[in-house]
Design a binder for this molecule. Structure first.
Ligand code: PGA
Length: 254
């Protein structure tokens, strides 16, 4: 199974535009061979319900995810949206720990661990993002990613979280390769695979049912170079997921 996750971030600006984008993607993918592909659209929260109604009307597989969630299921937490609420709106996946959440909103590894546990508890599939802002040395990047993973894994272990029945997707997203980072850099498929192999060693000590994704400037032209690598189970796509025709080609090429 290859996962293609569309992270719409804080786009588009209206429900009408979100519905039009969804329709264009769904229409473009009609007839595509999606037997071995899981396509997950992650729109902003306010669009989930309406897009879920559209999704239910489709006779084929397309899933919805959220881009973030709160670490609790309910309570006095102003401004938060819980994983269980997201589930009721139709989401099946939740992105947790995206670098923009870590950098702009100062989310720590501990907060991310709590969110991950809450997503598991709600019966949703977390997409845990890890990545380093710097590309100083391979060694430094690995160390940072190892820490990001270990804090989360230790938290789950300490809370005796039963994760074996749950899926977990872990995305390697080097911050320097994200299209809006301004570097113009993309990780090579070899770099992505090498880091993912390293992540497998770290994660594999504690969890078994895990898929590994790459994210950062993935587009219709380069997607196959990542997804054709054994060991890379899919991609997380930002900018290219907002252009329906490009995203449809991307899914077809993956
Ligand atoms: P990008 O974003 O595809 O625009 O680089 C990826 C991400 O931030 O998830």
């Amino acid at each position: 199974m290859k996962y293609i996750i569309a992270n719409w971030k804080m786009h588009p600006q209206s429900l009408g535009d979100a519905q039009a984008l969804f329709d264009a993607v769904a229409g473009g993918l009609q007839g595509s061979d999606l037997k071995e592909k899981a396509v997950v659209i992650c729109p902003p929260f306010p669009y989930l319900k309406a897009l879920n109604s559209k999704l239910e009307a489709l006779s084929w597989r397309l899933a919805l995810g959220a881009q973030n969630c709160g670490p609790q299921q309910e309570g006095p937490y102003t401004g938060e949206v819980s994983p269980s609420m997201l589930k009721r709106l139709g989401a099946r996946y939740v992105i947790v720990g995206h670098s923009e959440r870590r950098r702009v909103f100062k989310e720590t590894d501990d907060m991310i661990a709590q969110k991950l546990q809450a997503v598991f508890e709600a019966g949703l599939v977390p997409i845990l993002c890890v990545g380093s802002p710097t590309q100083e040395t391979d060694e430094a990047e690995r160390k940072e990613i190892q820490t990001q993973l270990e804090v989360v894994l230790n938290f789950l272990t300490n809370n005796q979280q039963q994760t074996t029945n749950n899926n977990l997707l872990v995305a390697y997203e080097p911050v320097w390769a994200i299209s809006t980072s301004g570097t113009g850099l993309v990780a090579t498929p070899e770099q992505a695979l090498s880091m993912i192999e390293f992540m497998k060693l770290v994660v594999g000590r504690q969890l078994s049912v895990v898929s590994y994704l790459y994210g950062g400037s993935v587009n219709a032209d380069n997607v196959a170079s990542f997804t054709s690598k054994e060991g890379i189970d899919g991609v997380l796509v930002g900018g290219a997921s907002l252009k329906a025709a490009e995203f449809v080609s991307l899914v077809n090429n993956a």
